[in-house]
Design a protein around this ligand. Structure first.
Ligand code: IMP
Length: 407
């Protein structure tokens, strides 16, 4: 029987989704993305070699898996071209198995210029990839879409209007340098090959696949707490990163989902600005950052670190109707004397913690739940109970082999 699975990060991104999608992709027919753009960074370790994917779904590393970028994506053609080229150089084949929705909104060099200059005053700490401005144009119904590459003459007319609009913002609002029209046009005309090879009516394709019973993995990017509606607004990304984003971003209704797998680290991290109730500023933060290699895969920025926040997770599990959980980076906690989890907030919104004694043992070689030290098992069982959702997968290291499947 087919099992269509949605995989979502439950925190502020970087939960280790890439590795889990990659492992589950082995049994999948297709892996599809429905939101975000090349602001994502999925780090995978395959045969000892590290790969970072920003836009292409993690399933691409499996030769028989089809991969889709849905209409909900914002697409930078140059970023996609670069990523495909790098993967092709590692002998990864895209032919007849990679599809890009004609309805994706395009990220233009002017979006990137606006994003960067605006963030200097607004201080969201964006990835500078043009994500916010591109989604703005989509919602305002003035975006160029991937399908517009079909007709170059019409495209040029639409583009001239849009670039003029963007340059007005750059020059008059931000006193910044405008971007030359020719440069923006080149970004599109220089990448027509992408259109010719990969454009697709992906919603039609998905309808067929769902009816055929192909196992489909839907791969969320960023994390639920960065959701435009349910996240820590305005310190969020500009797309629907929660489960609802799937229906709009690919055209697949909720009825066709069998499993909603929520991924959370065994602690919490965040890149960029914004509230973070359980953030640490002491030697524990340094230890989490150092042992967990907590630097952004897209921007290289150091990540802020703190304890797990079960109060926030409980709400996020509800919003996404998570059916199963995966706990990642448990091994990062191996060296701690004490481990805390936030179970509630007090009247001043400060976290109330429950303290666990650390296990002080290497978990990175554990093959089963029973191999884990008792204190680590207790930690996992407590989280499971608090969130009222089974933790089916525990990840204890970056490679595919360091994954414990419980059920
Ligand atoms: P934007 O998505 O570039 O607009 O950035 C908005 C916020 O989302 C910033 O705080 C970014 O650091 C954060 N963000 C965007 N993509 C990711 C991601 O893949 N992982 C973690 N944080 C992200």
């Amino acid at each position: 029987m087919a099992n269509n699975t949605l995989i979502l990060g439950l925190q502020w991104g970087d939960e280790g989704k890439g590795k889990i999608v990659d492992a589950l992709a082995e049994k999948a027919g297709a892996v599809c993305r429905f939101q975000g753009g090349h602001n994502a960074g999925h780090t995978l370790k395959v045969d000892g070699v590290q790969k970072v994917l920003h836009l292409v779904p993690s399933g691409i590393l499996h030769p028989n898996v089809h991969c889709v970028l849905g209409n909900g994506i914002v697409l930078s053609l140059s970023a996609l071209a670069k990523e495909i080229k790098e993967l092709q150089e590692s002998d990864i084949n895209f032919k007849d198995r990679f599809y890009v929705s004609e309805d994706c909104s395009l990220i233009l060099p002017t979006h990137i210029a606006i994003d960067k200059v605006r963030d200097q005053s607004e201080g969201i700490g964006t990835t500078g990839r043009g994500i916010g401005p591109a989604y703005e144009d989509k919602i305002a119904r003035r975006a160029l879409r991937f399908g517009d590459l079909k007709n170059l003459e019409e495209l040029k007319v639409k583009l001239a209007k849009l670039v003029n609009y963007h340059n007005q913002i750059l020059e008059h609002l931000y006193k910044a340098k405008p971007v030359e029209f020719e440069h923006v046009l080149e970004e599109l005309t220089g990448n027509l090959d992408l259109y010719n090879q990969y454009h697709c009516k992906t919603q039609d394709l998905l309808k067929v696949w769902v009816k055929e019973g192909k196992n489909i993995l839907f791969e969320g990017a960023q994390g639920s707490m960065l959701d435009i509606d349910h996240g820590t607004y305005p310190y969020v990304t500009s797309s629907s990163t929660t489960a609802g984003g799937l229906s709009s971003g690919l055209g697949v209704g909720p009825r066709y989902l069998d499993t909603i797998l929520g991924i959370t680290k065994a602690y919490t991290t965040r890149v960029g600005e914004g509230p973070f109730a359980t953030e640490l500023f002491d030697s524990n933060a340094e230890q989490l950052a150092k042992v967990g290699h907590e630097f952004g895969a897209t921007t290289g920025r150091p990540r802020r670190c703190g304890w797990l926040d079960l109060k926030a997770l409980e709400t996020i599990v509800f919003i996404n109707s998570v059916t199963n959980l995966c706990l990642t980076k448990l091994d990062v906690l191996d060296g701690f004397d004490e481990i805390k989890v936030c179970i509630d907030y007090d009247e001043t919104e400060q976290p109330i913690y429950k303290t666990f004694s650390g296990w002080k043992q290497d978990t990175s070689k554990a093959k089963s739940f029973e191999d884990l030290p008792e204190a680590a098992q207790d930690y996992i069982l407590f989280i499971e109970q608090a969130l009222d959702c089974p933790i089916d997968i525990v990840s204890v290291g970056p490679s595919r082999e360091q994954t414990i499947y419980r059920n």
